[in-house]
Write a protein that binds this ligand. Sequence first.
Ligand code: SF4
Length: 1006
Amino acid sequence: MTRIHAIVPYRESPTGKSRLAPQLPLAARRALAQAMLADVLAALQGARSIEAVWLVGEAPAPGTGGGKVRHLASDEMLNPALGTAARLAFEAGAQGVCVVHADEPLLGSAEIDEFIRCALAEPAPAVSLSPCERRDGTNLLYVPAGVTVRFAFGQGSFEEHQSAYAAEGIAVHPRAPVPDVDTPEDLAALRAALARSPDLAPHTRAALGAGGAAGTMTLPTATEVMSFEHQPAAALAARARARRDAQFGPRITYSRKVFLPVTHLCRDVCHYCTFARTPRRAGAAYMSEEQVLAVARQGAALGCKEALFTLGDRPELRYRVAREELSRLGFASTLAYVTHLARRVLRETGLLPHINAGVMTADEFSSLRGVSASMGLMLESASPRLLERGMPHHGSPDKQPEVRLAAIRRAGEARVPFTSGLLIGIGETRAERLASLLALRDLHGRHGHLQEILIQNFRAKPGTRMAQAPEPSPEELVWSIAAARLVFGPEVSIQAPPNLSQEGDWLDLVAAGLDDLGGISPLTPDFVNPEAPWPQVGRLDEVLRSAGHQLCERLTVYPRFIGERERWLHAGVQSAVLNLADATGLARDDDWRAGISEQPPDPAASFMGRCHAPPAGVDGLLSRLFAEEPLGEGEITALFAARGSALQEVLAAADEVRRSVNGDAVGYVINRNINYTNQCTYHCGFCAFSTGKVALKMRDAPYRLDLDEIAARVVEARERGATEVCLQGGIHPQFTGQSYLDICAAVHAAAPAMHIHAFSPLEVLHGAGTLGLPVKAFLAKLQEAGLSTLPGTAAEILDDEVRAIICPDKLGTREWLDVMADAHSLGLRSTATILYGHVEGPQHWARHLIALRTLQERSGGFTEFVPLPFVAEGAPLYRRGRARPGPTFREAVLMHAVARLVLHPAFQHVQTSWVKMGVAGARLCLSAGADDVGGTLMNESISRAAGGKHGQEFTPARMQALISSAGRIAYQRTTLYRPAVRAEAVYLNVALNEALEEDVGSVAYC
Ligand code: SF4
């Protein structure tokens, strides 16, 4: 045993974890502090690297001390007392001390041992330290004998420790963060971890209240899991299936991939493996860069989104030929070569690397994380018995369970979305299989990084030592899948490869609770099981459909991790992931681009979906909507997940509601857009004006139209038959409320009968603020000056979580709604919009619709709802790789339909934007809940600024042709949806002043 002593400071403060006060009363905070200490002491007791523990300060609760723990009660201030503990530890012969805080209940014995192992591996003298999750405080500190132990706590201590030791000339080694519990966010993370693994931190769990305060702890405990051993497969499968259905519904996923076996050389010799080959049989030691890229490019052309790098464990440690080849290629190791290949594949093909490169160090995980979206390492089995002579892992150093579990832990510490799993039927018992699942669950509980558990059945391969070994029965595979589902619950996907089972068994595997079928390649074979060809996706789809399931493509990284991408994905990988992901985090099902694509994707291939599963509860939701029962956030989010026949049901229901409200009439308005300035003091990330245009070299010169020019455009619009002018612009640095009042007055004077549709809530707020007026008073002044209605822009997504990312300096959700409420109370009606398809998810769409519905039920002031799909091309957020490239076509159409259903009967009209959807797309939306195609615009510079290509004018004749082609009756309307005098006859007789048009620049969405 190493002679390391731990020092644990513990002093109850009178206010006890006061930052948790909003969540827990004082007595509960004190109980939590005691409980966390008990769990920390238990972890230290179990850590093999720790010889003794010095608890300094208050005594632990009865029954949690003893063993290695020596309590050092002291009346001294804490720091001198800790100094005393360090002195006593070194006098007792400690080779080093490790300071561990008492509020780190997720720190396990294995984590402590790994920290000490890494610390001792550094050349002395060196200290190692782990920060908290926020990386400002030190949560673990190792100091060797002969070096001063610096006791610093809380914010800034991580930096303080590093600089103080560096100043002494001592090497400092920062390690992975260790979570503590100080803030409400920490407490939420703790609850989530306890929910993932019911065996973690039992004292803390009890203090938080099992099953209550600790979260939804419905997973079986370790004891319960071990009782599965003798339960029949069918019984386990029934329970597992119910759990899967509750979380995933009918959805079964797979990943379309290419398989890149970078090297078949491996230093291990597993007795069942044909992937690993000796140099004599392997041919070239490594795939060349050209070979790898050629396969990846072909895969990308075939619609693949994952590049699976699979290779043997560190072959250079065993084979001279590997060392020589690496040297010739110019790489120090196989992993350095793989890092280089993955970087090229990611950059040059857009495929997302998933890397299975065996056991790796923390540094190797970190560097591969920069070029991959996910990684994997099969545990296979946690049973050391399998390494004994005659067993399949004998002679394979990387198959030692401790080694593999430590690597999987390091992946968690490095925040790598990770795949692991079991290889069943290689000589392990059911009990050992369950213990293996529990070992994985323990790691997942602490780090949350396991995205899927693969249950792979052993297949006996000719030419291996296990060629004659019996394969596990289909029933055993069902039992294992079901056990895995029950052990991990809904958060982790359970996967089994269909190519390793007979087609006739596929539905049994699905019925055992799996929700994923792993990677399937249209190009490359399964090099690990080359005798087992991939199934055709079409055939798999048919079989699944026959049982009511829905086959959907996912990316190599799962939706939860994409949703939390700042934590889980390296910044350099995020943009590639977002380019391929839809709003739910699954693979995009089309290449359609709002504002650019002329045609919708082929409905048969993608938009209407290949999936024909029964609606996932959609029919129940639709009946409630028809009964005018308002749906909540979760239910609306579920409607946005509709695919296949469920999608068709939602679209049909929306069309039905539209017909009942609007009949066959479809309106349009003759209007003109006047964007009076393209200068803006805000920095909205979705707005092409702020920086994107500069990068694209698309940015027009800054301009500001003076009042005469605005008036001239209004007159021109009137002469062409316009009934409305729509005025919006950037927030010009010199604009005050008076500027907006002057614009209104100028327009009104130029054309008194013209409907002035102007000023987003942001402009209203800005104008009111600069004049020192309450918003309502300023709106009244605008009304007096001639303002008729407000555009519902600047709403983007009415959820502050999203606004903090896309427009942090802009008005918040509440302010937008309050401006609209004030306007409506004055009789100023407005439109309502949503800008969707960038960083948000369907839950944010649901919140947006609920916010609009709630206000409309109170004010009745919204005239229509206008979905605006995000046009990504020129937007800074997209160009920085921080946003998706807009919604998919399915999502765009669905937005119209779900909005129609959810906003009914509060909203009478849903408008589709021909500028964003394109003519053919807008026509389809008319069958999905929309009853209006908006304005002719005359000039439209907003979407063009963002990179959109769909023209800037749509004549009345074209409007009418579009509407008629959808089998509907066109009518020209006013802004307030009254029939307008038909004006198309004069429309084109008046030419626009082209000189002025050239000035129209790059104002984006306001
Ligand atoms: S969206 Fe409007 S407020 Fe935001 S940067 Fe663009 S012009 Fe300015």
